[in-house]
Design a protein around this ligand. Structure first.
Ligand code: PMP
Length: 359
């Protein structure tokens, strides 16, 4: 047996995991310790400020008492609840949409295959694709953050998988159904359309599933459904994906308590409607009253251009006032002059507006 070598194992670690990695939003605990602030506006992670639906909690508690058993490997109850909520589509589920993205890539992408992303966007597509040994191509969005379809297609035509986020994180930009169709019609590979924030816009992409069998639509229960801490994601998939996805997935990855909570949450659509109404109202308020330019958003957050200051400076300054927002400097393809601000409760947005307008 080898003797203990301390840090001498670096050469065993794959190149892609020697540095970099997912950038997490600042945590409220750090802020509490650093600035002794007790009431914090948590506007950095695009969560729903409402606790989960009582029905979700009730079902999760009931499931906990049977946690000595492994979950149902087919997640039958949740798939049935998804069909009741959305209609007769094919679904796969995962540990958050992050888990779905990872399993889809594991299912489809081998080392050297091309994966395309439309930047600036959610960072995990790239990270998960690199984990598969993919060749990642980033296609820059236009100045107004809309997708340059011609440039995107030039790269995506030969891709195994292309990712498109709508509404896009961190810009909030919505790509229309007709633009998505233009891409789908010209692609040989699969388009993964990330709809994490779709409940907060007016576009409905689900009908496209009936027309295209190279489309996957990712969804999450972390935002509109208030279940971020339970990690439930799912996707609308063409039928050919279902058996291969099951083979590639980690066994029993979605735990039984989370699956039960998700079923309960889907049975309370009024919860989502409340979140949607609040986001529509407060997003408009922030857009109108913020003295810095706000990018039009279809999500539960807005991107604010704080130039000539940097996103880092402004987010650090807001933190000292008890307002946590996300500096966007870590998003490739975006300048360093942006912050992303989640739409929280009314008092949080009032506090944000008064502090940012005072800068
Ligand atoms: N896609 C986008 C665009 C996101 O912003 C996020 C979460 N920040 C996810 C996917 C992952 O969501 P989940 O919490 O379901 O893993």
């Amino acid at each position: 047996m080898a003797e203990k070598r301390g840090c001498g194992f670096d050469s065993l670690v794959r190149d892609c995991y020697r540095s970099g990695g997912y950038v997490f939003a600042p945590s409220p605990a750090t802020l509490q310790d650093r600035h002794a602030i007790t009431r914090i506006a948590r506007l950095a992670s695009n969560e729903n400020p409402d606790p989960p639906s009582p029905r979700a909690i009730e079902m999760a508690v009931a499931a906990l008492s049977q946690a000595n058993r492994y979950p149902d490997e087919h997640v039958t109850g949740l798939v049935r609840a998804l069909r009741e909520y959305h209609g007769p589509y094919n679904f796969v589920v995962g540990v958050g949409m992050d888990g779905v993205i990872e399993t889809i890539l594991r299912t489809l992408v081998a080392a050297g295959d091309r994966v395309v992303v439309s930047t600036p966007t959610f960072s995990f597509y790239r990270l998960a694709a690199i984990g598969q040994g993919a060749e990642v191509r980033e296609v820059l969005r236009r100045k107004d953050f809309s997708v340059d379809i011609t440039r995107f297609l030039k790269e995506a035509q030969a891709a195994k998988v292309a990712f498109l986020c709508s509404p896009n994180n961190p810009t909030g930009t919505v790509t229309s159904c007709s633009e998505v169709e233009e891409i789908l019609g010209a692609m040989e590979g699969v388009l993964f359309l990330d709809n994490a924030y779709v409940e907060f816009c007016y576009e409905d992409y689900r009908p496209l599933m009936k027309k295209y069998d190279n489309l996957i639509i990712g969804r999450t229960m972390s935002k509109a459904f208030s279940l971020a801490g339970l990690r439930v994601g799912y996707a609308f998939v063409p039928d050919w994906i279902v058996p291969c996805y099951s083979r590639a997935a980690t066994p029993f990855s979605l735990n039984s308590v989370s699956a039960a909570a998700a079923i309960g949450a889907l049975q309370d659509p009024a919860h989502v409607a409340r979140a949607r109404d609040r986001v529509f109202g407060l997003r408009k308020m922030v857009t109108e009253r913020c003295r810095f330019p706000v990018t039009p958003s279809g999500a539960n957050f807005v991107l604010v251009d704080v130039s000539p200051r940097t996103g880092r400076e402004v987010s650090e300054e807001l933190a000292t006032k008890g307002v946590l927002v996300r500096s966007c400097e870590s998003f490739p393809g975006l300048g360093d002059q942006y912050i992303r601000v989640s739409i929280g409760e009314e008092w949080e947005m009032e506090l944000f507006i008064s502090e940012i307008n005072r800068l």
